[in-house]
Design a binder for this molecule. Structure first.
Ligand code: CDP
Length: 314
C-alpha cells in the first residue's frame, strides 16, 4: 500500500486526482455485455471496473426458501483475486458476505418482487479492478443489469460515498482518501432521494452527516442521470417506469410495466409457467423424504438441498 499523503487537498481546493470536493469520478456504462445473462452491465468508475449479471426471476430451490408472496433478491458481491494490489483470497469473506447482504437490501424497496412469488432474482457483481467505492460501483452496475433484465422496478438505485480528508468532506472517495481518510459513508438511494443503504466507517459530527447526505444526494442524482442516459442510448427510452405509473391495488400497473418492458428490446420478462414447474415432481418427492427423515438431522434431505442449490448456480 502507498504511504499516507501529506495533504489530500491542495491550496486551490483540488484533490489528489484533480477533482473538486463535490465532484464524482468519470463513469462509463455498457449494457448487455453478457449473452447468457438475462441482464448485464459493465461499469467503469474512475479506476474501478465492475461486471454485473442478473438471472431470473426463476424458481427458487430449495422450496423451503421460497417466499410465497414475493421474489427473493439474492445478491453476490465478489472481488476477483487480481482486482487489488494484494491478492484477494477466492471465496466468500466476512466483508463480501456483509456487502452482499446490505446490497440486496438496497434493492428490496424498489424491485417489484411481489409479482414473482416463490422465485429468485440473482444478481452477481464481480469487481475486476478495485479503487475504492466498489460496493457503490457494484450497486450502480446491478441497477442497470436489473433494468436490462426487464425486472420491474419503481426506479433505479444509485450509490456513492462521502468521506472526510484534511477535515473536509469529499464526494466519491478515491483509494488514498478511502484508505487514509477519517470517514467513509457509502449510501444508496432511489431517484427520489429515499436512502436504501447507509453504512459508516469513522466519525462524523451530526452537522457533517447532514452535509454529507446533501452531497450524496447531488452525487447520486448525477449518477442517476448517467444511468438513465445509458438506458436511453441502449433502449431508445428508459425501461424503468416512473413510480407514479404503479398502482399497488391495480394489476393494470403490472400490465403496463410488461408492455413497456416487452417493447424495450423484444425481451419478454413474463414468467414461463412450464419453466416454473420444472422439477415439481422431484421436489414433491424430496419433501416426502424430508418429513420422514427429520429435517433437523443431516441426511438425505440436506444432501438433496445442496444438490438443488448447486443446480441453481450459474
Ligand atoms: O470498495 P469499497 O470502498 O466499497 O470497500 P472498502 O472495504 O472501503 O475498500 C476500499 C478499497 O480498499 C477497495 O475499493 C479496494 O481498492 C481496497 N481493498 C483492497 O485493496 N483489498 C481488499 N481485500 C479490500 C479492499
Amino acid at each position: 500500500m502507498s504511504d499516507k499523503p501529506d495533504k489530500f487537498i491542495d491550496d486551490d481546493g483540488l484533490r489528489l486526482d484533480g477533482r473538486r470536493f463535490d465532484e464524482i469520478r468519470p463513469m462509463k456504462i455498457e449494457i448487455g455485455v453478457l449473452s447468457r445473462a438475462d441482464g448485464s452491465c459493465y461499469l467503469e468508475w474512475g479506476k474501478n471496473k465492475i461486471l454485473a449479471a442478473v438471472y431470473g426471476p426463476r424458481t427458487l430451490h430449495p422450496r423451503r426458501k421460497q417466499i410465497p408472496d414475493a421474489a427473493l433478491i439474492r445478491y453476490r458481491y465478489n472481488m476477483a483475486s487480481f482486482s487489488v494490489e494484494e491478492r484477494v483470497r477466492p471465496g466468500p469473506s466476512r466483508r463480501s458476505v456483509e456487502i452482499s447482504k446490505v446490497s440486496a437490501e438496497a434493492f428490496e424497496p424498489v424491485v417489484l418482487t411481489k409479482y414473482y412469488p416463490n422465485t429468485v432474482i440473482d444478481v452477481f457483481t464481480e469487481v475486476l479492478q478495485a479503487d475504492a467505492g466498489t460496493r457503490t460501483a457494484a450497486i450502480n452496475a446491478a441497477s442497470i443489469a436489473l433494468a436490462d433484465a426487464g425486472i420491474p422496478m419503481q426506479g433505479l438505485v444509485s450509490a456513492c460515498a462521502v468521506g472526510k480528508v484534511d477535515g473536509k468532506l469529499v464526494l466519491d472517495l478515491n483509494k488514498e482518501e478511502d484508505n487514509f481518510g477519517d470517514a467513509d459513508l457509502p449510501v444508496a438511494m432511489t431517484q427520489d432521494g429515499e436512502v436504501t443503504l447507509l453504512q459508516m466507517d469513522g466519525n462524523l459530527t451530526p452537522d457533517e452527516l447532514k452535509e454529507s447526505l446533501e452531497m450524496l444526494k447531488k452525487g447520486c442524482t448525477e449518477i442517476f442521470e448517467i444511468q438513465k442516459k445509458a438506458l436511453y442510448t441502449k433502449f431508445g427510452k428508459d425501461p424503468v417506469l416512473d413510480v407514479d405509473d404503479i398502482d399497488d391495488e391495480d394489476d393494470e400497473g403490472l400490465a403496463q410495466i410488461q408492455v413497456e418492458l416487452d417493447d424495450s428490446e423484444g425481451e419478454d420478462v413474463e414468467l414461463d409457467e412450464d419453466y416454473l414447474d420444472v422439477d415439481e415432481e422431484l421436489e414433491e418427492a424430496v419433501e416426502v423424504i424430508e418429513v420422514e427423515e427429520d429435517p433437523d438431522k443431516k441426511g438425505i434431505s440436506n444432501l438433496s438441498d445442496e444438490k438443488e442449490d448447486d443446480s441453481d448456480e450459474q
